[in-house]
Design a protein around this ligand. Sequence first.
Ligand code: PEP
Length: 250
Amino acid sequence: MRKPIIAGNWKLHKTLAESRQLAATLAKELSSVDHCEIIIAPVYTALSGVAEEITDTPIQLAAQNCYPAETGAFTGEVSPLLLKDAGCRFIICGHSERRQLLSESNQFINHKVAASVNAGLGAILCIGETLQERETDQMLEVLTTQTREGLAGITTEQMASIVIAYEPVWAIGTGVTASDQQAQEAHAFIRGLLQGLYNQDVANTTRILYGGSVKPNNVDGLMAQSDIDGALVGGASLKAEDFIRIVRFE
Ligand code: PEP
C-alpha cells in the first residue's frame, strides 16, 4: 500500500558532466523499475542537465534545498517554483547537514516544506537525533518536535505530498548504520506521531524513509522492516553500481 522510495542525495559532489554521466547510467539500468520510486538529488547547477538525462524514465529529480519565497530580493537563493521549472518533483527539506552547518531551525524548515508543497512539489522532511540526544534519552522528544514543528500548518490533504526521512545524525556519512531494529522502532514511533497529528489514514499512507549509511549490504534488512518504506542514500548513491543494487533491494 506504500510504494517504496529509494532516493539518492548527491550532496556537494560531481560536476555537471559527471552528474549527467551517472544519471545516464542510472536511466539505462533502471529504465524498467516499477517496484519502487527512484529519486536523485544532484547539486543545483546539474539539475537541468540531469533532468534531460532522465526524461521518460522512472527516475524523478529532487533538489537538496530551497528558499521559501516565490521571488524577490533573496540573493543566492532558489525558490521551489524555479526548481520545478528545472524539472524537480521533490525537495529535500531540513537535512541534518543544513540543520547543523547552517543552523536551520524547525520553523525555517517548516516554511520550506510548505513552500515546496504550495509549488506543487513533494517535500522530503528529514528528521533525526544526534548521538548525544540518543544517549541522554532525548530521542523521542527530538523526533516529536522536529515532526510537529516541521509539519506545522500542513493539512491532511497536503500530507499526500510529504515524505519523512528518519536520519539519525550519528549514522550519516559515518559508516555506522542503525540496526534494523533501531530503525524500525524509530519509524514506528514516527508513524504513531503522524496518527496523533493527523489520523490513521495519514499514518498508514505516509512513506517514511531511513537514511544513514545505507549500503548494498544492509539495505535488504532495513527494507524488510514493516515501517521502513525506503531509503535516503548519501555516499552509496554516488556509485552507479551501489545505488542500482540498493534500488534492487530484496
Ligand atoms: C544522507 O546524505 O542523507 C545520508 C544518509 O548520507 P549517507 O548515506 O552517506 O550516510
